[in-house]
Each structure stands twice: as structure tokens, then as C-alpha cells.
Design a protein around this ligand. Sequence first.
Ligand SMILES: [Zn+2]
Length: 325
Amino acid sequence: MLTRPTRGPGSRPADLARRMASDLVALVLSPLVLAPLILASGPAAAEEGHARLPIAQDHAAQAAADEQWFGWNDPAAQYVEPFRIFDHVYFVGMRYVSVYLIDTGDGLILIDALFDPHVERLVQNIRTLGFDPQDVRYVLITHGHFDHAGGARRLQELTGARIGMSGPDWDLVIDDPGDGRARFVPPARDLTLRDGDEIKLGRTVIHCLRTPGHTEGVASFTFDVHDGEATHTALVFGGVGQNFEGAERFEMYIDSVDRLLAMEEVAVSLPNHLGRNMLELGQGLTSREPGSPHPFVDAAGIQAWLHRLRAHAVDRLATDSTEAP
Ligand SMILES: [Zn+2]
């Protein structure tokens, strides 16, 4: 049965537009999108990694975000052909929100759930890749905002999968699904993800990290990805956008980024909002020469990206503290 929200995400499009555009801009998209922007400010800034994003680059990020977000409520406008990123890891999301599918060999894991009306396309994407949606065992939600959690109820009903989310974000989706802006029917409360939890299924172990800031319970995930003989540690940073307010939340966010910065083993970023360049690179994987470097492997780029997010948050913290009464 398809459940539908009583008041759809389109009911306040202006608010949503503002929120989502700022979500995408604040996160400065992905390390791969950042590469040309970093070069624009010179190699010294790229190496140093702490430099504040100049205004011109904010505009570039804004333009990229606007392009990415265009037609956010239209499955046709947001369509991305699903593709394989690593040996058992696939992209099954839409233009402005990612969903990753992991084939564990003993069932499937999804990271994030999109929202109505895109969730039907997500299910179709799983089929297009040759998998059966009934084999989804876990849907792990990065945070409780509608664009990541709104489709969880539908997936819960369709697949019987366990739905995992942090305690604070379960509270958020149960008490106020859609955060007052984009109502959805929440999933039945299920698995609470705690810091340090491991989800083990088949060949896969997903490590759960609590990285609050964007919401109070943002969950990030690390797991091994395979590229032939090579194995890399991948990170899904579950709450990148800085579209929130208050010193306490910014301090949380900075602590979360510091924690991720210390994880120097991370070589692959699979962000929950994608940049255009990343999609192009992903689609280009089909023509990759055997033995050539995998375009998603970029440990230095991830460190630079995290430093940039941190610098942005430190600026916001200073500004918000100054403006506070
Ligand atoms: Zn969010």
C-alpha cells in the first residue's frame, strides 16, 4: 500500500527552496565538486585547506546547488540512471539527494530513503540494477529530514527491512515528521543506531558514528568498498549542510568534523547530497580504463573538504555568537 502524506512536500515550495538551496550551498557539495573551486583560489589555499571560501566561490557553489536542486519535486527532472560506484556499491538516488545500495552477498542495505514522489523511482532503480527490493534488509537513515527519511515508511512496508536511525532523529520524525515544513508519514519506530554500532550483513560491516550538528542525531557511516583487488574506507557524512542556527549546534558540528578529520584512513566520500561533477564522474566509470585510478578515491580531497566545512562552521559560530543578544 502506498502511503501518502496528508500535506505534501510541495505545500510550501518557497520555504523548501530556500532551505534546500542553503543545505546544498552550505555543504559546499562534495570534495570532487570542490576541486575546481579550490584551484580557483590557488594551490596554497588547497594545500592549507583552512581558507575561507571567497565570495566568488560561494556564488559558484550557489549556481551548482541551484542546478542540482532544479525540479526537486519532479522525478523526471531529478532522474539519475542508477550506476555502480564500487564492486558492491551502487548509486540509486536522484540528482540532489543520494541513496547508496550495498549488495552484501546476503541481502541489500540502503543508505537513506528519499521521499514521496521519488521513492517509487528508487525502488525501480533497485530493480534496474538487477536486484529485488524484497532483499533489502536494512535502510539506514542519515538524519530525520524529509529528503532522507520521507520514503522510509514506504520501504518499510514494501520490503520489511529494518529501518535504522539515531534516537534523536527517531524522535524528530515521530514527533514532527518533516520538521514542520514537509510533512510525511514516518516509519514505525524501529532500530536505534548508536555511536559505535556495527551493522553486519554478508560481507559488509557498516560502522555507525554519531556526528550531530545538522540535526541532533546525524548518523554517519563508514564501510569498506572494493575496487577489484583494492579496498578503501568509504565515509557517508550524514549531515553536511550548515542550514541551522545556534552556537551549541555549531559547536557540535565542529566536533563532528574534527572527529571525521581524525579518520585519516577515509579515502572515499559518498555524500548524501551529490554534486554535478560527481555524477558525471560516476557515469564516466563505465568507460574507465582497467587499472586506472578510481575517480572517487581521494583522501587528500576529503581532508581539504572537511577543513573547508570546519572553517565555514567556525565563521558561522563567530557570527552567530556576535549577533546573539
Ligand atoms: Zn537535512
